[in-house]
Structures are given as C-alpha cells and as structure tokens.
Design a protein around this ligand. Structure first.
Ligand code: GCU
Length: 398
C-alpha cells in the first residue's frame, strides 16, 4: 500500500514537472517589450523550414489557448431540427432566397441555434459563403437593409448569419457555459463563440450549394475577435475577415495607441471573455505574454486574411492594428502567400457597414477568383509608423 502511494506521488510530480516544461508559468516567463518573434520555437531554436513552422503553429495554438482564450471543447455533432420554407427577396431584377435553418449541437443537443442563409438568385449552383456570427447585435437585413444585403449576395456569395451567444452568453456566467460545453476546461466566451463558428462550418459542409473551398468568416468587434480565433484554428476556413476587432482581435496587446483599449481594460471589464489565466497578465505582466495577436493572425496563413478597420475607431487601436499586421505579414511573406493578406481602413469609426462588407467581397473576389481589386490592400495609412519588432523572418519557407 505504502509503495503504491509512493508511486502515485512520483507520477503526480512527474506529470506536474513535464506539464510545466510544456508551458511556463508567469514567474518563469521573460519580459518581451516588442512584438514577440513568432519564429522562435519553445526549444530556443528558430523556424528554418516548413516542418518547423508546422510545429511552431501547434506551439502557438497551445499558447493562445493556455494564456488567453482557454481550450476548445471537442467537436460535437450538429443536427438539423427544421428548415423553413424559402422566402424570396427581390429588388428590380435581383433576387435572393432567405432560408432559415434550426440546428442543435453540444452535449445532448442542448445548444440550439438558428442559421439564416441568404442565397443568390434561384439558389442553383455551388457558392462561396461568408459566415457572420453577430445576429445577437442585429440581423444583417436590418443592419445593411435588405437591399444592401442583396447587393452583396447578388455578387454570387451566400451570406450565413447566426447568433454566437447561443454558444455562451455574453455575460459573466462561466459555470453555465461549462455545463453547456465541457466542464473540465477553463475557457472564455470568445472561445465558445468561435466553437459555434466551427459547428456552423460542419453544417455548411453538408450542403451542395456551398463551395467547400471558399468558406469565409467575419464579425464585428467582439464578433471580429471571435471570427479571427475561429479562423486561426480551423483550416477549413479559407478566408478570415475580422472587422474593427481591436484588442484581443487583430489589434495587439502591446503597442496600444493613446485612447486605445489596453489588456487591463478588456480583462477587467470582460473577464469572462477569456480563460482565468489571462488575468495574470495585467499591468507590467502584459510583457510576459510569450505571444501577441500577430501570431494569431499568422496562424491563418497560408489561407487568406483581411482585417477591416475604421480610422476613427480609436478604442480598437487602428494604428496598433497596423503594427500587428506588419508583424504577421512576415509570416505570410515567409510562406510566399503575402497576396493572401490584406488590410482595409475606412474613414469611419466603429461600425460594420456596407463599405466594409464591399471591401471584404472585393478581397474575396481577389483571393478566390484572381480578380484585380480597385483598392490596395497593402496600404497602411499611418505616416512614420514605427516597426514594433526587431526580429526578421527566416528565408523563405516554401
Ligand atoms: C467593448 C470592448 C471591445 C469590444 C467592443 C464590442 O468596447 O471594450 O473590446 O470590441 O465592446 O464588442 O463592441
């Protein structure tokens, strides 16, 4: 009996020590004041070929889950509860179909959600799709007007919207979320919302009207943070397009411009968006985070990424967003896919208006169909922007 206890203690210590080697606790982490090197591997060597980068991607994924968002719950089957009869929406010669699908997923099918599909023309064909999870804010038909929405859909895109808050409420109720998804993990709402995008993709992949190689995700503000996380972790998503996503989205944690949201602001007002570990990185501890948002963006490569922003959206840190973008771009360049990356600034504030949607579809036309856009998606509208990192990318990895 004594022997058994000794063995158990030994195993417990071994597991603990090996766990700590994998990811460091706060007191072991160095301060990094500029944007951390995405190519520096956990073992201290630098990425020098594609297979290193694939390993590094896994390391970065683990860091984002461990330090910031929490761990994704396992996948769960999605089943169709009902499909409503189609509604036809027409303006002049243009028309689209609105189809409402009720779905359920999660433990014992306890998560019910509605997916509104806006399908071009008579619905025949296989179309690219852009998923928006912000039905909780207001429907796209209201936000963009039915005519505005049709002007997008008629370009040959299905637009699919759902309410991400069906996967976790946007309120401080971690326990309730735990019951819905997975009680063993420490996670925040943004992670569960992203999981909702993944389940939506599961369903869309079962439809013949979807071009399975052209699935895009978008979202506004906290919805944009979610779209980025969802896209970074799911290779089935071909285009990741967060809009005005700011801090913990496309905006960095370091390099927050005057008036922008800091990690202290966001983690204090919205602690439940993140895993509890994130609370350790307030104040000067921010610089102990071994990663920053540019690496989340980099996880999207070699797939396509566009961030749309408002120049006057000070709280969302438009200038810092450009700095994170340029750092992430090093990875896209190293992988030879810089054409798949873009940034767009409208002369507006915090919104997800039709201009940003048009910018998204123009970019989608470029990366999906090779069309030449009228906008330069590499243009950064800040004069004298300082480079936020001192490392440089390894020679090309492709
Ligand atoms: C708050 C929050 C932001 C977030 C925004 C939103 O302003 O501080 O981080 O992006 O809400 O989701 O509208």
């Amino acid at each position: 009996m004594k022997k058994q206890i000794l063995w158990m203690v030994a195993i417990f210590f071994f597991l603990n020590v090996s766990g700590q080697n994998k990811l460091n606790w706060i007191n072991e982490l160095p301060y990094i004041t500029d944007i951390p090197d995405p190519f520096l591997m956990n073992n201290g060597s630098r990425v020098s070929n594609l297979s290193d980068w694939m390993k590094r991607r896994d390391e970065l994924k683990e860091k984002f889950q461990f330090y910031e968002y929490g761990h994704f719950a396992p996948t769960s089957p999605v089943s169709v509860v009902s499909v409503s009869p189609d509604t036809i929406i027409e303006y002049g010669k243009d028309r689209m179909i609105r189809r409402v699908v009720q779905l359920k997923t999660g433990t014992e099918g306890r998560i019910s959600f509605t997916l509104n599909l806006f399908i071009p023309g008579k619905g025949q064909g296989s179309f690219p799709v852009i998923i928006d999870g912000d039905l909780c804010f207001e429907s796209l038909q209201k936000r963009l007007t039915a005519e505005g929405l049709l002007s997008l859909v008629k370009r040959g895109y299905i637009i699919a919207e759902f309410d991400r808050t069906k996967f976790a409420p946007d309120e401080n109720t971690r326990v309730k979320e735990g019951n819905q998804l997975n009680q063993n993990f420490d996670f925040g709402a943004i992670l569960n919302w992203a999981w909702g995008f993944h389940r939506t993709v599961d369903y869309l992949l079962t439809l013949n009207i979807i071009d399975k190689t052209k699935i895009g995700v978008t979202g506004w503000s906290r919805g944009g943070k979610t779209a980025l996380l969802a896209g970074a972790f799911d290779d089935r998503i071909a285009l990741v397009a967060p809009n005005c996503s700011g801090t913990c989205g496309s905006g960095p944690l370091r390099f927050v411009d005057t008036g922008g949201e800091t990690i202290d602001d966001i983690a204090t007002v919205f602690p439940y968006w993140f895993c509890s570990n994130f609370q350790n990185f307030l104040g000067i501890n921010r610089d102990k985070l071994p990663m920053d948002q540019h690496s989340l963006i980099a996880l999207v490569a070699p797939r396509a990424y566009l961030s749309t922003n408002g120049l006057k959206d000070t709280w969302a840190n438009p200038r810092g967003t450009a700095q994170a973008h340029l750092a992430a771009r090093e990875v896209f360049v190293a992988l030879g896919v810089q054409d798949k990356m873009g940034i767009f600034y409208a002369n507006t504030g915090h919104d997800h208006n039709i201009d940003k949607w048009i910018a998204l579809l123009d970019f989608a036309d470029k990366v999906f169909y090779g069309k030449t856009p009228s906008y330069d998606y590499d243009s950064i509208p800040f004069v004298g922007l300082n480079k936020a990192y001192s490392w440089s990318a390894p020679k090309k990895l492709f």
